[in-house]
Design a binder for this molecule. Structure first.
Ligand code: ZN
Length: 91
């Protein structure tokens, strides 16, 4: 019977997220600020500006901004690549 309760709790947490209250202090590693749940080790991401937990929407926007910042756009044509190279050399 206990395994049924644990299974249902893990399904509930997967759908709705962690509901535990035993969290670590907020800390920042590699630009990400978060607390860690001491019961299930879920990371709760925080805003450094407001020191409030990020909503799912804010976290999605943050990850999208980070992903798009890492992409280096390469021009599609050889002429455009040469133009970029000329601008880089001139600068
Ligand atoms: Zn938890």
């Amino acid at each position: 019977m206990r395994w049924i309760m644990e299974f249902l709790q893990s399904v509930f947490e997967a759908i709705f997220g962690c509901r535990h209250s035993n969290l670590s202090r907020p800390f920042t590693i590699e630009g990400h600020t978060y607390k860690v749940c001491m019961d299930c080790s879920t990371q709760v991401f925080y805003s450094r500006e407001t020191m409030m937990p990020l909503s799912r929407r804010e976290l999605r926007q943050l990850r999208t901004a980070e992903a798009s910042a890492d992409i280096a756009m390469m021009p599609a044509t050889a002429e455009a690549r040469q133009a970029v190279r000329r601008k880089t050399v001139a600068a």
